[in-house]
Design a protein around this ligand. Structure first.
Ligand code: FE
Length: 175
């Protein structure tokens, strides 16, 4: 039976170049890396693995890995956050739901919450898209500090330099 025109066309790649101003794609073969040095420490037993550090739109995609239990941080989000739990489990003091392995969480702008990893979880890994900033606060909303895509990049540069990957190792994740 002769192939229909649509069947043939279905297998033809797009015939034109990408827009001249489009940034190159990022392809990370092992999002959970083999090389431990790729994890950037941010507190004792807490580290992140950068995937996309988007300086043009002010957000970052990263894996957060926690190997301790208890309260991690209290923070406010002026912008939305998306999370996908790859391993373990966590919750917020302010909500009665639990983010479980395989689950997805949307954190709306305006949320202030206190992240807790339960005692029976040895390791938690969550894929987060954080937009804008993480604004760290005390229980009464007083400002303690912040992180944005630029402070994340600085942390990566410093760490990658120290572990011998070179400060510019982070450049592949910046768009
Ligand atoms: Fe949060």
């Amino acid at each position: 039976m002769p192939l229909e025109k649509e069947d043939i066309e279905a297998k033809i790649p797009y015939q034109y170049p990408m827009p001249k101003d489009a940034a190159p794609e990022i392809v990370v073969p092992s999002a959970i890396p083999e090389d431990e040095r790729i994890w950037v420490p941010q507190a004792e037993n807490v580290c992140f693995r950068p995937l996309c550090l988007n300086v043009s739109q002010g957000y970052w995609m990263n894996l957060l890995r926690v190997r301790k239990s208890g309260v991690l941080s209290r923070h406010r989000h002026p912008n939305a956050v998306h999370g996908y739990v790859i391993k373990g489990r966590w919750h917020y003091l302010e909500h009665d739901w639990v983010a479980e392995e395989g689950g997805y969480v949307y954190e709306p702008p305006g949320e202030t919450h206190t992240l807790v990893v339960p005692d029976d979880v040895d390791e938690m890994i969550t894929f987060f898209q954080v937009n804008g900033i993480m604004y760290y606060v005390d229980p009464y909303g007083n400002h303690l500090g912040y992180e944005d895509v630029f402070t994340k990049i600085d942390m990566c540069r410093k760490h990658y330099e120290e572990v011998g990957l070179g400060a510019d190792y982070v450049d592949q994740f910046i768009r």
